[in-house]
Design a binder for this molecule. Structure first.
Ligand code: HEM
Ligand SMILES: [Cu+2]
Length: 551
């Protein structure tokens, strides 16, 4: 034990810090795995964005002329699937992987081997999914919902067809998520540093715990549905075939029992990100910390009994519609608590408008809008009116892109110095934010107008009277695509030649800032002891975050 005393294990020598090769190999360090997740899923995000741009290229003109209709179906199906199952959900798992052990003062996740396995399922599953573009009948065309009977049309009459590949990849990604869920919950419950009581945990950790409990509880329902769908598709069973006394509506129940909560598996960590960044850049404790923590759990619980709001037009009986309309509207309460807490935090503080907080504030503002249209949609009569129109597409993109993807960017900028030990270029960060904010609103706001006028979703041709708004939407989408270029350039050049970041460039509270940047192999020199609540930003004499940038 000469070289291996606890102290030496903490502050790693240079040779012990991961070098770039470790990121390409099988590592059991949660930090390496976290980065692997985030980089891999970002590459899938670029693919998903590329598909979206082809879709928007097609929709510039009313006629269907850029791609044929079946390819168009494949494009929106894979775009949606990639964005949900290969971008936001696994990105959040990667971010949580990196941060949770640091935030709770642990040396690693509870099951490091399981952690690595959960990650390594993702690249092959993703490549498998995208490779279905090369199959004879093309990729799946039934949308990311894959409702039967459309999903039961075998387009090539081969056993290996686009829908088969889709089911297989999504089941694999689900297995990865379940393994991750077990690991996160165990880690958070059992591996907190001394003194880190539940009510001293950062909100990000609370949101990860709530989100991962949802994953474990609800994912089996989707996996079950997909296995039955696969049997119907390939082996002639009749679970969902109404012509054979099967019930396609049961598929919808099983699907949405997971896929509604999945929205919160994505959104809760985004709320966690806002709750970390806004206090740090307002130099103010998070307003109503306990309520925000409890609201995370509240959101998770409410979201498990609202799934039927996706089925208001699926021959759902009236009593059920009313019940689920009411339960859906309930979620406005805990989310309202959060929005109120963020507003009050910023209101009372001195705000420093750097890139992470720009993305966070932008995300919160757009979430308010997405939340309002969400409550509108949960109202049965309104939903019947706009069902299957672009209003719905506009609404959910305000949530998944304008809120959650923006939160992801906020997180990347905020923790970039910690993860890489380098500072990013603030000017380019602001350019990225501005282009994203403008592009995102140009793209998704007019979709609401299109939907109210009656333009259907999932169509490659439309009535010429809708063209005006569609051109604006497409211009916005291309702008949004371009907005990622300054981001990528900034990340790469800052990584290679950015100025060195200190251990705590933002003067933030939170254990992750108490160790070096990047953290050593086992995270901490000594396991910290926690004796205060999080977000104790009261000392106004501390240097401000801006001081760091100007140095
Ligand atoms: C980056 C900019 C994005 C653009 C320009 C974009 C655009 C589009 C368009 C035009 C559609 C087709 C709508 C339809 O015909 O129903 C669509 C569908 C969809 N998008 Fe996006 N999107 C973007 C980002 C995202 C993100 C970040 C997510 C994250 C979850 C996402 C999830 C979906 C889903 C789930 C669908 C539905 C696919 C289906 O109907 O099966 N999108 N998107
Ligand atoms: Cu829902």
């Amino acid at each position: 034990m000469t070289n291996n005393s606890i102290e030496d294990m903490g502050r790693a020598s240079e040779s012990e810090k991961p070098n770039w090769r470790d990121y390409l190999g099988f590592s059991k360090d949660h930090k390496v795995i976290g980065v692997q997740y985030m980089v891999t899923t970002f590459i899938f995000f670029l693919f998903g964005g590329l598909l979206a741009m082809i879709i928007r290229g097609e929709l510039v003109t009313p006629e269907s002329n850029l791609v044929d209709r079946s390819l168009y179906n494949g494009l929106f199906t894979l775009h949606g699937t990639v964005m949900i199952f290969l971008w936001i959900i696994p990105f959040m798992a990667g971010l949580a992987n990196y941060l949770v052990p640091l935030m709770i003062g642990a040396r690693d996740m509870a099951f490091p081997l399981l952690n690595a396995i959960a990650f390594w399922i993702i690249p092959p599953a993703g490549i498998l999914l995208l490779s279905s573009f090369l199959l004879p009948g093309g990729p799946a065309q039934a949308g990311w919902w894959s409702y039967p009977p459309i999903s039961l049309q075998n387009l090539s009459d081969k056993l290996v067809n686009g829908q088969f590949i889709w089911i297989l990849s999504v089941i694999l990604l689900g297995i990865s998520s379940i393994l991750g869920g077990i690991n996160f919950i165990t880690t958070i419950v059992w591996m907190r540093a001394p003194g880190m009581t539940f009510f001293r945990m950062p909100i990000f950790v609370w949101t990860v715990l709530s989100a991962q409990m949802l994953q474990l509880f609800c994912l089996p329902s989707l996996t079950g549905a997909l296995i039955l769908l696969f049997f119907d598709l390939s082996f002639g069973t009749n679970f969902f075939k109404s012509s054979q006394n099967g019930d396609p509506i049961i598929y919808q129940h099983l699907f949405w029992f997971y896929s509604h909560p999945a929205v919160y598996v994505m959104a809760l960590p985004a709320f966690g990100i806002f709750s970390e960044i806004l206090p740090a850049f307002s130099r103010n404790p998070l307003f109503g910390y306990r309520s925000v923590a409890i609201a995370s759990f509240g959101i998770a619980i409410v979201s498990t009994f609202v799934w039927v709001h996706h089925m208001f037009t699926s021959a759902t009986p009236d009593w059920m519609r009313i019940l689920f309309m009411a339960s859906s509207m309930l979620v406005a309460i805990p989310t309202g608590v959060k929005v109120f807490a963020w507003t009050a935090t910023v209101w009372n503080g001195r705000l420093h408008l750097l890139t992470p907080v720009l993305f966070a504030l932008g995300g919160v503002v757009m979430f308010i809008f997405g939340g309002v249209t969400g409550v509108m949609l949960s109202s049965v009569p309104f939903d019947i009116h706009v069902n299957n129109t672009y209003f719905v597409v506009g609404h959910f993109h305000y949530v998944v892109h304008n809120t959650i993807t923006m939160a992801i960017f906020a997180a990347i900028y905020f923790w970039f110095p910690k993860i890489t030990g380098k500072m990013y270029a603030e000017g380019w960060g602001k350019v990225h934010f501005l282009l994203t904010f403008i592009g995102a609103n140009l793209t998704f706001f007019p979709m609401h107008a299109l939907g109210l006028q009656g333009m259907l979703r999932r169509v490659s041709s439309y009535d010429p009277r809708y063209q005006g708004w569609n051109v604006i939407v497409s211009v916005g989408a291309f702008l949004l695509g371009m907005a990622t270029l300054p981001f990528i350039a900034n990340m790469i050049s800052s990584l290679l030649q950015g100025s060195k970041a200190s251990d705590n460039p933002w003067h933030a509270t939170g254990l992750e800032w108490k160790t070096s940047s990047p953290p050593p192999k086992e995270n901490f020199e000594e396991i910290p002891v926690v004796n205060e609540p999080p977000y104790h930003y009261n000392d106004r004499s501390e240097p401000t975050p801006e001081a760091v940038i100007q140095e």
